[in-house]
Write a protein that binds this ligand. Structure first.
Ligand SMILES: Cc1cc2nc3c(=O)[nH]c(=O)nc-3n(C[C@H](O)[C@H](O)[C@H](O)COP(=O)(O)O)c2cc1C
Length: 391
């Protein structure tokens, strides 16, 4: 790890290490990948105007959120099937985030039961994929309550499965079926076979959707009896309004791009929204999440907490989102690259890279307090560079 200086170094190392099908699942978006690429290139559309001669000797990056104190305004976005990247990946990411005093969000599509994950990361959040079925939602809420989970994110940008051509080309789909090309892909990546697949099969068997339902779900090789995404396409604001009454903890909607939806969430009394296009993994050709953030902040910042995700690989990216008015940011792929390359040490190192970049960038920007950033006028729109998407 001594030659790893940036998240992009981890990205390239992960690419070399992972079987093609897993890599495609990790880095891919949908169809023409425009939403994913736009998230990344949107950071080129803004530029800092730094301030000088301000005392930046004692920068404070700690952030209070929902009664907890986090060491940085950065959390682990929910990522399903992370267990493909590394043996017990959900566990090692949960541990890394807890030990670094950062929020860890358990994905509905993760493969280690939440009851085990909250032992490694007390205070973990949970992200749900809910069908429009109040009895089932109620039972899942009871499971969360029994685990002591209080922060519930409902992902609302997955009414149906997206068109992930890139993974279908690699024979990678759910339910998972072994094919000769998948077997060859695995055999050509012996480090992954020895470090991820075999220990997983040996210790946990075929992975299951452990957190999608009120009980441990089916294996990833099986069709769940209730359908994998059954009823999600009927989920509506009415059910969210019911859920607001049902759930006594913090309730957060993830997958907001339109300011009008941000206002709807305010009207229903949601605690926060995450401006997100699912890392470009759902609808293609969406607006970048950074551009969406500007519009959502203009409409709703004073009325609801606004979080952000999409394309973050640098401390400067975090600062841009905060300067535009986000209170907190999440990243998915960046931390998965670390996990794929070096397990928990890799996740710790990626967190450390982002922390160090933030420290340096805050000083160079002339700001010692992140909360003040939005009002400082240090970020402007800039003519995009014609440099393509950064690695
Ligand atoms: C491999 C992978 C799996 C994901 N699984 C989920 C999921 O289960 N639930 C969810 O709400 N979002 C999921 N997402 C989206 C992330 O929560 C987040 O919105 C996105 O990764 C942010 O973009 P970034 O990866 O560029 O940081 C996933 C993203 C990736 C890369």
């Amino acid at each position: 790890m001594s030659r790893m200086y940036s998240v992009s170094d981890y990205e390239q190392a992960a690419r070399r290490l992972l079987p093609r099908c897993v890599w495609e699942y990790l880095q891919g978006g949908t169809e023409d990948m425009l939403s994913r690429d736009r998230n990344r290139s949107a950071f080129h559309d803004f530029a800092f105007t730094s301030r000088i001669l301000r005392d930046v000797s004692a920068p404070s990056m700690a952030t209070e959120l929902f009664g907890a104190r986090y060491s940085l305004p950065v959390g682990m976005a929910p990522t399903g099937l992370a267990g493909m990247m590394r043996h017990d990946c959900d566990v090692l990411i949960a541990k890394a985030f807890h030990e670094n005093a950062l929020p860890y969000v358990i994905s509905a599509s993760s493969v280690v039961p939440m009851e085990e994950l909250v032992k490694h990361a007390p205070g973990a959040w949970y992200q749900a994929y809910f069908p429009d079925d109040r009895e089932r939602i109620d039972r899942i809420c009871t499971r969360l309550e029994n685990c002591g989970i209080t922060n519930l994110i409902v992902t609302v940008d997955v009414p149906v499965a997206a068109n992930r051509e890139n993974i279908k080309r690699r024979d990678f789909d759910i339910p998972f079926r072994m094919t000769p090309s998948l077997a060859l892909d695995g055999l050509l990546h012996p480090r992954w076979m020895a470090g991820t697949l075999l220990p997983t099969l040996r210790t946990r068997g075929i992975p299951r959707f452990a957190n999608l339902y009120e009980e441990i779900g089916t294996r990833i090789t099986e069709d769940p009896p209730q359908g994998f995404r059954g009823g999600r396409d009927r989920l509506s604001w009415r059910t969210m309004s019911w859920l607001r009454d049902r759930w006594r903890g913090r309730l957060i909607l993830k997958g907001i791009l339109h300011p009008q939806d941000a206002l709807e969430a305010c009207a229903l009394g949601m605690d926060a929204i995450v401006v997100s296009n699912h890392g470009g993994r759902q609808l293609d050709y969406t607006i970048s999440t950074l551009a969406a953030l500007e519009a959502v902040i203009a409409a709703a910042r004073d009325r609801i907490a606004v979080f952000f995700d999409g394309g973050i690989t640098r401390g400067t990216h975090v600062l841009m989102a905060l300067a535009l008015g986000a209170q907190f940011v999440f990243a998915g792929r960046a931390f998965l690259y670390g996990a794929a390359v070096a397990g928990q040490r890799g996740v710790d190192h990626v967190i450390d890279i982002i922390r160090r970049e933030l420290l340096t960038d805050m000083a160079l920007l002339g700001t010692a307090h992140l909360e003040a950033l939005h009002c400082e006028g240090v970020l402007q729109r800039a003519a995009p560079l014609n440099r393509g998407v950064h690695a």
